[in-house]
Write a protein that binds this ligand. Structure first.
Ligand code: CP
Ligand code: NVA
Length: 313
């Protein structure tokens, strides 16, 4: 049985298959109503439980629509509505849900809780974001870059600006697995986890921590940022102050490679990590990126259920 707690669970060949499937699934949807099942409805009869310890718009909707299009169903809960919220253990909850549904997506405050849930579960478990990582977002980001730039992912240069947070961690992991160059610029106090960076480098990823936003962005094909204050962060004032030099504005975007695109997982805080002219401008791919969450989730679900061929590439 498979889980999708990090990109490494799929490995480079698995991520490649997931991306190829996601592009194909997207192309096959053209002109269909959003809730209509795909031909073949590969997950007919399957049920996903999606549990959220933190708010969500994109992850919540995209998993529900993904399961509908695959012919299955989703049950969505705030963790506080379950007995989990008043003390039933993670392990007991995982065991019970394993008897009732075919797959669980968990958005957890603490990554260790996701791992404990997966260890006790008898069905596939998906990381729907934790304090440590957001691998489903990284799949949608990789897909968006391939779609917009039309060249192999390992021939692209990325710049990450601002907080070294959960989304950054999954892109660092992606750089290691898929072999693209990633330059990171942000305040030293909010640098990404050194262990995650070291692991990506050990896998062959060209991951560099640089001092200035300009240095990171110069020549980049993809400029990506995220909120300066993530869900659960308590030092909002200090973060906003420290991250000011890493705002993505049009002067910074002008340093990127010709044809560069701007990504943001959303929700965005306009006027903080990104200016209106960038997020609403011609280089912004954020709405495609948000839509691609659906196609990416579908491919991740099919991979988990063993519907993607396992032969090496
Ligand atoms: N990008 C993302 O995961 O958005 P939500 O928090 O709205 O799910
Ligand atoms: N880094 C953000 C991502 C939201 C999708 C957070 O964790 O709040």
């Amino acid at each position: 049985m498979r889980h999708f707690l990090s990109l490494a669970d799929a490995g480079p060949a698995g991520v490649r298959r997931i991306l190829d499937c996601a592009h194909g699934m997207k192309a096959a949807r053209t002109g269909r109503p959003k809730g209509a099942p795909d031909d073949g409805a590969q997950l007919a009869g399957r049920v996903l439980a999606a549990i959220f310890e933190k708010p969500s718009t994109r992850t919540r909707l995209s998993f529900d629509i993904a399961m509908r299009q695959l012919g299955g169903a989703t049950l969505t809960f705030a963790a506080g509505d379950l007995q989990l919220g008043r003390g039933e253990t993670i392990t007991d909850t995982a065991r019970v849900l394993s008897r009732m549904v075919d797959c669980v997506m968990l958005r957890a405050r603490d990554h260790a809780d996701l791992e404990a849930f997966a260890a006790a579960a008898e069905v596939p478990v998906i990381n729907g974001l934790t304090d440590r990582s957001h691998p489903c977002q990284a799949v949608a980001d990789l897909m968006t870059v391939e779609e917009r730039l039309g060249r192999p992912i390992n021939e692209t240069r990325w710049a990450w600006l601002g907080d070294g947070n959960n989304v950054a961690h999954s892109l660092i992991e992606a750089a290691g697995l898929m072999g693209f160059a990633l330059q990171i610029a942000g305040p030293k106090a909010y640098a990404p986890d050194a262990g995650i960076v070291a692991m990506a480098r050990a896998r062959g990823g060209e991951v560099a921590l640089v001092d200035t936003a300009e240095e990171a962005v110069r020549g980049a094909d993809v400029v990506v940022t995220d909120t300066w204050v993530s869900m659960g962060d308590e030092d909002g004032m200090a973060r906003r102050q420290a991250m000011q030099p890493f705002q993505v504005g049009s002067m910074l975007m002008a340093l990127a490679a010709p044809g560069a695109i701007f990504l943001h997982c959303l929700p965005a805080h306009r006027g903080e990590e990104v200016t209106d002219d960038v997020i609403d401008g011609p280089q912004s791919a954020v709405w495609d990126e948000a839509e691609n969450r659906i196609h990416a989730q579908k491919a991740i679900l099919l991979w988990l259920f063993g519907h993607l061929a396992d032969l090496p590439l």
